[in-house]
Write a protein that binds this ligand. Structure first.
Ligand code: BGC
Length: 383
């Protein structure tokens, strides 16, 4: 349940307003509870437009905030850290009453967030935890460790080593696998990798799975900025260095659909596939995340094995609920107050569940929920 702030806190925020008004005059962001929503502006900072999930996130947050009557300033930062910092500075100068931020680099926004705190502007960390600052009020995301576990289980299922619930089938391989991780400056990357390894490691230990390159640490597996091209190059290098003896790759742990597409391109260029049924070198079992439309088509076509669906419509709802709570001088509802230590404090969080999507689940999970239409899946493009 939401809790009203006590009178003391209200008094303190009133004092802050007065202090802020005595200064630059920007961001008169307290007493927002009495304001008409249309007089309140919310800055929404998203990392990049190169991945469709962030475009969908931005648009969902924007439209839901607008439906609630707020004015919205939505910016994408082109995966460039200084651009994101500058956009947030600008939002504060222009008087934002709340900020919703999906950071490129989780540690790079400290001075902006200090400025926000100085003006009493609540900050909601969106999907990626902002680290090393006390000036982040709330975190909305998915259960990120669980995403990794689901990816690990999907890899094992794709290889036939377990069923979809993770129960061993008795198949013991050995299978050659390679491991990819996300961008190390994104707090989620570690959760995904650790979650996946918690499921996979026992099968490496008992010899069912062999990481032929030997590259098993997150530092070795990482992909700066989650870049598709960087992943493609690393997969090409792995094929050259570790599979030039006639051996084949049977599975690849990939943390994100864009990375999976880079891996697939490298493998297809090396004579794998095009599908998982093709001979003489079937496409390996490759995991993913985000159910990006291009990758859902690859799954429908039997090229990629799985993805993890995160319903960004629900995440946007949680972000909007949290922003609304703060603007009404209430506390947002958290369902996790332990997991997300940002290095300075444990940030209260609302975490959403995730779902694994294999070929057979596209209809029931993605089309029936109206995330995509059947036509979009067939085309590999969303409207
Ligand atoms: C998100 C993932 C996404 C990745 C790359 C992560 O922070 O949680 O959903 O795949 O960034 O954009």
């Amino acid at each position: 349940m939401n809790k009203k702030l006590g009178l003391t806190a209200l008094g303190a925020s009133l004092a802050l307003t007065l202090a802020a008004c005595g200064g630059e005059g920007a961001g008169s962001n307290t007493n927002t509870a009495d304001a008409d929503p249309s007089d309140l502006s919310i800055g929404v900072s998203m990392p990049t437009e190169t991945s469709e999930r962030w475009i969908a996130d931005g648009e969902n947050v924007e439209s839901q905030l607008e439906e609630a009557g707020y004015t919205v300033d939505l910016q994408f930062a082109g995966d460039d850290i200084p651009t994101q910092a500058q956009q947030i500075d600008q939002m504060i100068v222009e008087g934002a009453d709340a900020l919703i931020v999906a950071a490129i680099d989780g540690t790079a926004l400290s001075s902006q967030l200090q400025a926000a705190a100085d003006q009493g502007i609540p900050v909601i960390s969106y999907d990626r935890l902002i680290r090393e600052t006390e000036n982040v009020d709330f975190y909305v995301s998915f259960d990120n460790f669980r995403v990794g576990e689901a990816q690990g289980t999907a890899l094992l299922t794709g290889l036939g080593v377990t069923d979809e619930e993770g129960n061993p089938t008795g198949v013991t391989g050995p299978f050659n696998i390679e491991l990819f991780a996300g961008s190390l400056d994104d707090n989620n990357a570690g959760f995904f990798f650790d979650g996946a390894m918690s499921v996979i490691q026992p099968y490496i230990d008992n010899g069912t799975l062999v990481v032929k390159s030997g590259q098993t640490s997150i530092e070795q597996a990482a992909t700066l900025r989650w870049s598709q091209e960087t992943a493609q190059r690393r997969m090409e290098d792995l094929l050259t260095s570790s599979y030039n003896d006639g051996s084949v790759v049977n599975g690849v742990l990939s943390p994100y659909d864009g990375i999976s597409r880079g891996i697939i391109t490298a493998l297809q260029n090396a004579g794998y596939g095009p599908t998982q049924d093709a001979q003489p070198r079937p496409m390996p079992a490759i995991t993913g995340q985000d159910a990006e439309i291009a990758s859902v088509k690859l799954i429908a076509d039997g090229v990629q094995d799985s993805t993890i669906f995160k319903d960004t419509r629900l995440l946007a709802e949680q972000a909007v609920a949290a922003a609304t709570a703060y603007l009404e001088e209430e506390e947002p509802e958290a369902n996790d107050t332990e997991t997300y230590d940002n290095g300075v404090k444990v940030v209260p969080a609302y975490l959403l569940p995730v779902e694994t999507v294999y070929q057979d689940d596209i209809e029931s999970v993605l089309i029936e929920s109206e995330y995509y239409t059947a036509e979009e899946v067939a085309a590999g493009q969303s409207d």
